[in-house]
Design a protein around this ligand. Structure first.
Ligand code: SAM
Ligand code: SF4
Length: 360
């Protein structure tokens, strides 16, 4: 099928996705151009912010790709204090970021889950609840998700990492802590509880095929999620998956594949929020801009105190590790202006897809 025909289709089938994922040269350029047109017509040129707070690198899991996995003894473990988290949230408010995103290694103990409830409650007290709160704290029980939702968190990010069970178990140990079906259940629970639910995958993983990626796109659509975050996989030398680093596409190819995934998903789900992940910037200095131009509409500037950032290296050479939050704000403004986009301040930036569904 010609690219023009494909790009004008209302409903993309798996074979269409495979053809688009393989697009090269002029076809690739046309895909990205069309995705940008769709985004601008549906969501305008606005970019939403989530001030990122990397709460802790203490994690009970041992995902085979992640630098902070529990079996990596080289990492110095840290947890921000309540005061430090609240300070980050106040800074987000001062800088005009409408929302914060709290991310952490996974812990399920009561001390941790109650602490999160307390922190969410206290962040909600800042300026009469003006900050939106996204959580990304891994797999939890329904009761815990509900507790956090009732405290005021309204968005949750839990990437499926790969929607193909076989691939999932090639990048995770096969044990009770890493259960593909449990992860799926958690995503369903979050959706049912009324969170704006986000999921996503890494792109360019060892053993990953275009067929797997097409299935990931179909998975996002079938779950009707409100948000998606996708970024290139970045091999970390202190992880088991690193031994396959020579089998994955080169960084520029992983970047292009990520951009194709973003662009195709924008055509499939025009109204969702899509994050331009920091990992994009790590493989390409213009990675964030490129993701925004391919259809993403959310950026997560880092608010974690600089002293801890070196310890939250889920992958090496993470971008902006040494930037101060104030520098980050003006830098982002300029960078978005340069590509004719505008950062939206003092807004929650909810997903249009979610808001519409709620009204129905
Ligand atoms: N622990 C929570 C979880 O796993 O959902 C949240 C924090 S975890 C560090 C956030 C995301 O980082 C994961 O969902 C994964 O996709 C991404 N990540 C981890 N290691 C990565 C790597 N080596 N390259 C790219 N992304 C990675
Ligand atoms: Fe822990 Fe998340 Fe890293 Fe897995 S990806 S090891 S759950 S921090």
């Amino acid at each position: 099928m010609s690219i023009a025909h494909l790009l004008s289709k209302n409903f993309l089938e798996k074979e269409d996705l495979l053809q688009l994922l393989a697009a090269e040269g002029d076809d690739y350029e046309q895909l990205l151009k069309r995705a940008l047109e769709v985004k601008l017509s549906v969501l305008d040129n606005k970019v939403h912010l989530r001030g990122l707070i990397e709460l802790s690198n203490i994690c009970r899991k041992s995902c085979l790709y992640c630098g902070v996995r529990s079996d990596n003894r080289k990492v110095e473990r840290y947890a921000l204090t309540d005061d430090e988290v609240l300070e980050c949230a106040r800074l987000a408010h001062q800088l005009g970021y409408g929302s914060v995103a709290i991310q952490s290694g996974e812990r399920n103990d009561r001390e941790f889950t109650d602490r999160i409830t307390r922190l969410v409650t206290r962040i909600k007290e800042i300026d009469g609840g003006s900050l939106g709160i996204t959580l990304s704290l891994g797999e939890q029980s329904e009761e815990v998700y509900r507790q956090w939702f009732e405290a005021g968190a309204h968005r949750y990010l839990l990437r499926i990492e790969s929607s193909t069970e076989e691939l999932y178990y090639k990048i995770h140990p096969r044990d009770e802590r890493h259960d593909f079906h449990k992860r799926l259940e958690c995503i369903d629970t979050l959706l049912r509880l009324g969170y704006q639910t986000g999921t996503g995958v890494m792109v360019g993983l060892p053993f990953q095929t275009l067929d797997n990626l097409a299935d990931d796109l179909l998975f996002f659509r079938s779950k009707d999620v409100a948000m998606v975050g996708m970024g290139p996989y970045i091999p970390h030398p202190d992880t088991p998956l690193y031994q396959f680093a020579n089998q994955i596409p080169a960084p520029d190819e992983r970047m292009r594949l990520t951009l194709k995934m973003i662009a195709i998903l924008r055509l499939m789900m025009p109204e969702i929020n899509m994050v331009a992940a920091t990992a994009n910037e790590t493989v390409d200095p213009m990675g964030r801009e490129k993701a925004i131009q391919a259809g993403a509409n959310v950026i997560m500037p880092n608010l974690t105190p600089n002293a801890y950032r070196e310890d939250y290296l889920i992958y090496p050479d993470k971008a902006c590790v040494n930037d101060k939050p104030e520098q980050c704000r003006s830098c982002l403004d300029l960078r978005m202006k340069a590509i004719h986009h505008e950062v939206l301040y003092n807004a929650w930036g909810d997903s249009v897809a979610f808001t519409k569904k709620k009204r129905e």
